[in-house]
Each structure stands twice: as C-alpha cells, then as structure tokens.
Design a protein around this ligand. Structure first.
Ligand code: CA
Length: 136
C-alpha cells in the first residue's frame, strides 16, 4: 500500500503535476497551515531542481517525504541554498541519511532559518534523481 502510494506520487511528480509549490490546505500530521510543501528532484551532490523559500510560518527546510529512486531504502540528502552573494551553499547540517517515506515536520531539518525568497534545492549523496518534499 505504501509502495503503491509512493509510486503514484512519483509518477505525478514526473508528469510535472506536483512540482509546483502548493499551500497546504488543511492541517495534518506532516504539515501545518501556513507552510508550503514543494516536491523537488534531487541532484547528485548538487542542488538539482530548485525553488524559493516561501514567506510562511515555517522558518526551516523540513523533509516531509523522500523517495530514493534507485533503491527501496533511502539516500543521504543535504540542503543547498543561495547565500547573500548568490553562491550555492550547502547547509551546515551536511548530508543526513533519510529512509524512504513520509516524515513529520520538524523531524528532519536540512537548513534552519532560511531567509524568505532565497533559492534552495536538495542534493543526494549516493545518486541523484530522487524525490524529496520540502515543507517550508
Ligand atoms: Ca538516490
């Protein structure tokens, strides 16, 4: 059941339907009202797909879903953001191993206290092309 949900989620994302930032409509276990959830395709030790830190009630980059596409287990992920000079910078937390699945907001923070409007993306340590939902 969980695997089927993950595959359909990835298929939606691959079709480009779920890649836009969406305001989370209703409070749930994994996201609260006022935070944005964005599904991003990761790069290999580089930012991959990127988006911009929302002006929202969430200050951090939280991983709320992850799917390592090359294995059934997980990958290690790092948050990248553009600093004030416009250079891609890896979050100080570095790479964090994250098992595939859904994660509660606040459980896995890749970057803390990111300035609104800053561009960010997610890197995979072992191989890229994974799907990571960032709630921000
Ligand atoms: Ca991977």
């Amino acid at each position: 059941m969980e695997i089927r949900m993950k595959k359909s989620f990835a298929a939606l994302a691959a079709a480009g339907i779920a890649t836009a930032s969406l305001l989370t409509a209703a409070p749930s276990a994994s996201a609260s009202a006022g935070c944005y959830a964005t599904l991003l395709n990761t790069g290999y030790q580089s930012p991959g797909q990127s988006t911009y830190k929302a002006n929202s009630g969430c200050r951090d980059l939280n991983v709320t879903y992850s799917d390592d596409t090359s294995s059934a287990n997980g990958d290690a992920y790092a948050g990248y953001y553009k600093n004030a000079s416009g250079s891609w910078t890896r979050g100080s937390r570095g790479y964090v191993y994250i098992a595939d699945g859904y994660h509660t907001r606040g459980e896995i923070v890749l970057v803390s206290d990111l300035t609104t409007g800053r561009e960010f993306g997610v890197a995979s340590q072992w191989d890229g092309g994974d799907w990571v939902e960032i709630t921000h």
